[in-house]
Structure formats: C-alpha cells, structure tokens
Design a protein. Structure first.
Length: 56
C-alpha cells in the first residue's frame, strides 16, 4: 500500500508521498521556530535528555 496525496491547482495535479510532505512541513516549522527564538533572544541550552556521555 502506497500513501499518496494529490495536490492540485486548476489543471495541474501532483501526487506526493505523505511522509515526504510531513517531513518537509516539520523541517519548515522547526526552521522558522528556531529563527524566531534566536531573534527574540532565547538562549540555546544543551540537550540533557540523552543522558551522560558514554565512555569508549
């Protein structure tokens, strides 16, 4: 089963994979949000959710 979405305007129709549309939208929202938060001056912090660094 292939998940496609058809986007069209007038006589033009394009079929795209839903996952690619979702990925592109996610990346666009993340980029805009990052730029907005940088512009407002919210400081960036390290991500501590992954736990302490591992020893090799």
């Amino acid at each position: 089963m292939v998940s496609l979405v058809s986007l069209g305007s007038g006589h033009t129709t394009v079929s795209l994979y839903v996952a690619l549309v979702a990925l592109a939208l996610n990346l666009a929202v993340t980029t805009v949000r990052t730029l907005l938060l940088d512009r407002v001056g919210v400081p960036r912090r390290p991500d501590h959710r992954s736990g302490p660094p591992r020893r090799l």
